[in-house]
Design a binder for this molecule. Sequence first.
Ligand code: NDP
Length: 445
Amino acid sequence: MSKKIEEFMAMVIERNPGEPEFHQAVREVAESVIPFIEKNPKYQKAKILERMTEPERVIMFRVPWLDDKGEVQINRGYRIQMSSAIGPYKGGIRLHPSVNLSILKFLAFEQVFKNSLTTLPMGGAKGGSNFDPKGKSDNEVMRFCQSFMTELAKHIGSDTDVPAGDIGTGAREIGYMFGQYKRLRNEFTGVLTGKGLGWGGSLIRPEATGYGCVYFVQEMLKTRGESLKGKICTVSGSGNVAQYTVEKLIQLDAKPVTLSDSNGFIYDPKGVDEQKLEFVMELKNVKRGRIKEYADEFKCKYFEGKFPWEIKCDVAFPSATQNEIHEADAKKLVKNGCIAIGEGANMPSTPEAVEVFLDAKILYAPGKASNAGGVAISGLEMSQNSQRLSWTRDEVDEKLLQIMISIHESCVKYGKEGKYINYVNGANIAGFVKVANAMIDQGLV
Ligand code: NDP
C-alpha cells in the first residue's frame, strides 16, 4: 500500500514543484484515502484523487495600491478554485506576508474536505495576498482591499464563489471588499461571508470557528466519559479563532491559561476570565496591539518567540497557523498528560507531531473536522442572504452545535479502529466520499 501512496505523491510533487505545504496536505489525505480507494475501485477507475489534487482554476493577479505617502505598492493576489463538485466555491481570504501559491493550494485542498463534512452544499477554494495589514493605516488597508477586489470581482459571485475571512481578513477587510464589489457590480448579494450584522451578516459567524472547535472537543471527550469542566487548556493565537475558543471554554468552566501572537505567548495560571478576554478583544481587534501587553496588564509571564506547548495542560487548542506544533512539542504535550487536541487552525501540527498523537492514542481532532464550524455558519449566512432573512442567535448556535455533532459522527463512522477513533482517517474519508460520488455523477469534470 505504501508503494501506491509513494507513487501517487511522486506524481503530485512532479506536477507541483516547490510547494511543500500543498504536498503535506495531499499526503495526509492520500494516506487515509488510498487504502479506502483500493477497496472501492470505482474511485480508482474515475481517477478521483488525481482530479481532486488538480485545482479547477488558479487565478493570480497584480494588486497595485498607493500608501499614505503616495508611493506605489505592488502585491500579488490569488484565488484557488479547487472544487465545485458539491456547491459554489467557498473559502477564506488570507492576508499575510507568508502567503504564496503552496500555502493557498494546501488551504483550498483542505477546504474541499472540510466543506463536504459540514453537510452543506459548498465547494472548496482559498484566496489571499502577501499583503500585511499589520502596521498599515485604515486608509491603506481600504485602498489595498479595493484594488484586490477590483480584479477578484471578475471571478466570484453569490452562485459562483463566495470568499470569507481568514488570517488578516476580519470584519474591517470584509467590509471594504464588499463595498467595492457592490460598486463594481451594482448588486447587493451574499458574495462574501463574515459581513457586518447590519448588512447581511449572520449572528454567531464571528464566534463560529472557536465555538465549533470547542463543541467538537466536547464530543470527543464524551467518548471517554470526560467533559471540559475544570480542564486546563492551552490556546495559541489571539485572533478570531483563539478569542472565541477562549470565550466558549470560559462558559463551559474550563480554564484557558495561554494566548499568543507571532511575537510570543502569555501564561496566566489563574486563567483567562471574561474581563481579561474583553481586554484581549479590545487589544487585538481595536488597538491592534501585541499580546505582551496582556502580561504587563495582568502581571503574568510572557515568553518571547515561543508557542505555548511546553505548558502543562489537559487539552490544547492550536489556533494560530500551520505547522506550529512540531514533533518535540507533541511529545512534550503527551508527556505532560494532554488528553485531547482541538485544531482551530488549519494544519497546525506537522506530520511527525500527528504521528505522536496517534501513537499515544490521545483524542486528536484534525482542523478540517474541528474548525469546520466557521465555514458551516458561512454556509448558513449564504442561506439567510438568499432568503433575505436573519435567524436568531440561539437558532444559529443550535445549528452550529448540531453540525459539529454530525461531523463528529461522520468521523466516528469512517475512523473507528477497534476501540480507538482515528479522526484523521475519519475526516478524510467522510469528506472524500461525498465529493467523489458527486464527481462520478457529473461525468468527466
Ligand atoms: P487572525 O488573523 O484573526 O489571528 C491569527 C492569530 O495567529 C494572531 O494572533 C496571529 O498573530 C497569529 N499568527 C498568525 N500567523 C502566525 C505565525 N506565522 N506565527 C505565529 N503566530 C501567528 O486569524 P484567525 O483567527 O481567523 O485564523 C487562525 C487560524 O484558524 C488560521 O490557521 C486559519 O486558517 C484558521 N481558521 C480560521 C477560520 C475563521 O473563521 N477565521 C475558519 C477555519 C480555520 P499576529 O497578530 O502577531 O499576526
